[in-house]
Design a protein around this ligand. Structure first.
Ligand SMILES: [Zn+2]
Length: 467
């Protein structure tokens, strides 16, 4: 069996030295980060695959080329100290009306069409993009995860599985936001906002855009009530004196050349000529489609969910973990999969949450107390926060799980998304490092008998490698 260790890097404080600028531009430091660069890349890759499944891509060559052109200039202006192996910046336009943009660890960036339509100039578009690139280069997503609270349900890609956040598990569960990964990696604190503003300004100047246009784009966003403005702002809160700070930084910078392509008006005209962008509500209802005729994933259709296949198929959701799940269940969500569900066993609810109605989800909680009963209670309380109707349906049952001391607790729930009564089985086991592995199985109460057997078989197949 292969050995496995959690990645624990020594806190590294890398000072980014100021580049040739007349007066002192603000030095920005990389924060402590216990994730590896490769993990940033992997997390971003998995999350972007999920984004592409869930959001309608515009897929218009001219608009994509335009945005990629701006992005390439900005990415080329990232200070050399902050260019990381394996990071690759990519830029896609989402056919969504609300003003928003986000970038994932390792570099994939998504810009809503509404952002392009609301901008007053190419420099303003570049401002948002430079800000997002700064978050990626500074590895703010994983730095923030590093600081995460002790009982964080979530994970290191490839090693730790995890419901990846949003604070919830599985099928029970309406994940906290549009994508599990999203919430966690995309909401930044004020300190990181300030850093992204300043580094973003520096990147803009080096790329040939006036950094003050970033400040003016933020004003544009703020001026948009309702809709999408607040969405971006809730993930990128104003650190306080945002405009002054950007303007002050800009005064220390020399804009190097003029990067403006001159195509901004033409692109906006092209967008105006298209059918209107989808709203978040339409997207969450599964009414949105990718551009260029390819169909997007739809929301909940009336589907018949096939019963669990009797044959198990093996998966290795993390290096140290092997599990067999019914052969007709597939990994759902991010890449290798943390959740396994049959076709029709998950869907997106109104409001954009992903809801699982059939299947199992695995996660790891780090830093357990050493007492499995207590740790299990803590996990349950965490689940209950987003599932108010979750009830324990019996005492926990001790059993061997993956060759270790384990506990299985049966629960009932009423799905907030479907209103249906659900059967829930939570199994927990300690990992050698003190963490807790959990597996939560969910099925409609009416099918509890069938799924109880399937969940037990999955549990019995679990192998946890010694580390
Ligand atoms: Zn930000």
């Amino acid at each position: 069996m292969s050995t496995h260790r959690y990645a624990r890097l020594l806190p590294a404080l890398l000072v980014v030295t100021a580049m040739a600028a007349p007066s002192a531009q603000t030095p920005i430091t990389l924060d402590e980060n216990s994730y590896s660069l490769a993990q940033d890349v992997e997390l971003g890759r998995e999350a972007s695959a999920e984004v592409r499944k869930q959001l309608p891509m515009l897929n218009d060559d001219r608009v994509d080329d335009y945005v990629e052109g701006i992005g390439a200039k900005l990415a080329g202006a990232v200070p050399s100290q902050l260019r990381h192996d394996g990071f690759r910046y990519s830029f896609d336009v989402v056919n969504q009306k609300e003003i928003n943009a986000f970038a994932l660890p390792g570099g994939p960036m998504f810009l809503n069409r509404g952002m392009l339509e609301a901008a007053g100039s190419e420099g303003e578009v570049a401002g948002v993009m430079a800000h997002e690139i700064a978050h990626v280069a500074l590895r703010h997503g994983t730095a923030q995860a590093t600081k995460g609270q002790k009982f964080q349900i979530g994970a290191l890609a490839g090693q730790v599985l995890g419901a990846i956040v949003g604070g919830t598990a599985g099928s029970i569960i309406a994940q906290g936001s549009q994508f599990g990964l999203g919430t966690y990696f995309l909401k930044y604190g004020r300190e990181y906002e300030n850093e992204a503003d300043l580094l973003g300004a520096q990147i803009m100047a080096r790329a040939g855009y006036d950094p003050r246009e970033m400040a003016s784009m933020f004003r544009t966003i703020e001026a948009q009530g309702g809709g999408g403005g607040p969405e971006w702002l809730s993930s990128h809160p104003n650190p306080g004196n945002r405009y002054d700070a950007i303007t002050r930084e800009a005064s220390t910078l020399r804009v190097q050349g003029d990067a403006n392509s001159g195509s901004f008006s033409a692109i906006q005209a092209r967008l105006r000529g298209m059918a209107p962008a989808y709203t978040a509500e339409q997207i969450s209802k599964g009414q949105a489609r990718n551009g260029s005729g390819s169909a997007g994933t739809s929301g909940r259709a009336v589907v018949q969910v096939a019963p669990p296949a009797s044959q198990l198929r093996n998966h290795q959701p993390a290096g140290f973990l092997r599990v067999g799940v019914p052969a007709n269940w597939n990994p759902v969500g991010s890449g290798e999969g943390v959740t396994y569900a049959p076709d029709g066993g998950f869907f997106r609810a109104d409001g954009g949450q992903t809801v699982f109605t059939h299947g199992v989800q695995f996660g790891i909680v780090q830093g357990g107390s050493g007492n499995l009963q207590n740790d299990t209670q803590e996990i349950l309380q965490n689940f209950a926060r987003t599932n108010p109707d979750l009830r324990t349906a019996g005492n926990g049952r001790r059993e061997r799980i993956g060759g270790r001391q384990g506990l299985t607790t049966t629960l009932s729930n009423v799905s907030q998304a479907t209103g249906e009564r659900e059967y829930v089985a939570l199994s927990t086991a300690h990992l050698p490092d003190g963490g807790v592995l959990y597996m939560v199985g969910v099925a409609p109460q009416s099918e509890a008998r069938t799924y109880e057997i399937a969940f037990r078989r999955v549990r019995q197949s679990l192998q946890i490698a010694d580390r």
